[in-house]
Design a protein around this ligand. Structure first.
Ligand SMILES: Cc1cc2nc3c(=O)[nH]c(=O)nc-3n(C[C@H](O)[C@H](O)[C@H](O)COP(=O)(O)O)c2cc1C
Length: 306
């Protein structure tokens, strides 16, 4: 296998293939199905201070080339997460990135502080400031530079672990939010979260999602993800972690060429939870068969016409 290692901050990941938040549980369910230790990293579903049931059903619907979800951050809450999941991580050799969501700055801080007071093997935090499926918090932060900066700064001052701010595509200027994250101490940004969408059943005349709007993901959003990553890459100096619609090694290559240092596989896990594992071997073959000496050499090297 060629050298697929990538670095973010002072951490080296064995490869750039991670699994995305909300599509791989807490990272503890899959070991029976696939060899999770091969993955570059597992990003957990968003964890909030209190347990959450999420939104009422229907909260998932298939769409052409993707799906819409309105899960609404269903999760067990940070205390149960600490008690039940952290011990399991001790037996895993892949890196765990905990995704945190909150309704206000204090909630994000409280969760991070609770985590920092534990001894645990987690590598870092992905901060969800881009969830389109909750009434309060979530995306409110990710559409506002000042709130993003304040939140990043507060979290940065409380941990030496990686901080990755997860950005929303549902903004007019994703680069300014990325810059606010970078200037306030984030180690990286990840992009993109889901794109606001709607699905209607013309036979019944009803919305297919209880909350009317949800988050579109899967191959349909790949072009939006690629553009976001490339714009961020051009203006930021911290690494970009790209996602949106990745199902094949070609998709991974495109995201790396656009400027991603690592990528995350999301919706594809619902069809095959082994997608990420398969892509590691496939991207290795892709690099070996190409004129590139390494994957790192490919980052941001898309040729543009001007
Ligand atoms: C069912 C589902 C649940 C998700 N839950 C979360 C979540 O809890 N936190 C988060 O930051 N992103 C969440 N996401 C967004 C994904 O992590 C990812 O950003 C998005 O789906 C784009 O990647 P994809 O097209 O490969 O799925 C969720 C996506 C799906 C499909």
């Amino acid at each position: 296998m060629s050298n697929l290692e990538v670095s973010i901050g002072n951490i080296t990941f064995k490869n750039p293939i991670w699994v995305a938040s909300g599509t791989f549980g807490y990272g503890t369910e899959a070991p029976d199905l696939i060899d999770v230790n091969k993955l570059g990293a597992i990003v957990t579903k968003s964890i909030t201070r209190e347990p959450r049931e999420g939104n009422p059903p229907p909260r998932i619907v298939e769409t052409p080339s993707g799906m819409i979800n309105s899960i609404g951050l269903a999760n067990i809450g940070v205390k149960k997460y600490i008690k039940e999941m952290l011990p399991i991580y001790e037996d895993l050799s892949t890196k765990i990135i905990m995704n945190i969501a909150g309704t206000d700055i204090d909630e994000y801080i409280e969760i991070l502080e609770l985590m920092e007071n534990q001894s645990s093997s987690i590598t870092g935090y992905e901060i969800n400031i881009s969830c389109p499926n909750v009434n309060k918090g979530g995306m409110e932060f990710g559409i506002d530079c000042d709130m993003t900066a304040k939140l990043t700064e507060e979290l940065r001052s409380r941990t030496d672990r990686l901080i990755i701010m997860k950005l929303s595509p549902n903004v007019s200027d994703i680069v300014s939010i990325g810059k606010a994250s970078q200037d306030s101490g984030a180690d990286a940004v990840s992009a993109i979260n889901t794109v606001v969408g709607m699905s209607i059943n013309a036979n019944t005349g009803k919305s297919n999602i209880f909350t009317t709007y949800g988050g579109l993901s899967g191959p349909a959003i790949k072009p939006i993800g690629l553009a976001a990553v490339n714009k961020l890459y051009k203006d930021l100096s911290i690494p970009i972690i790209g996602m949106g619609g990745i199902v094949s090694s070609t998709d991974v290559a495109e995201y790396i060429l656009a400027g991603s240092t690592s990528v995350q596989v999301g919706t594809a896990n619902f069809r095959n939870p082994g997608t990420g594992e398969d892509l590691i071997d496939m991207i290795d073959t892709y690099v070996a068969d190409s004129n590139w000496k390494s994957l790192v050499e490919m980052i941001g090297k898309v040729e543009i016409h001007n």
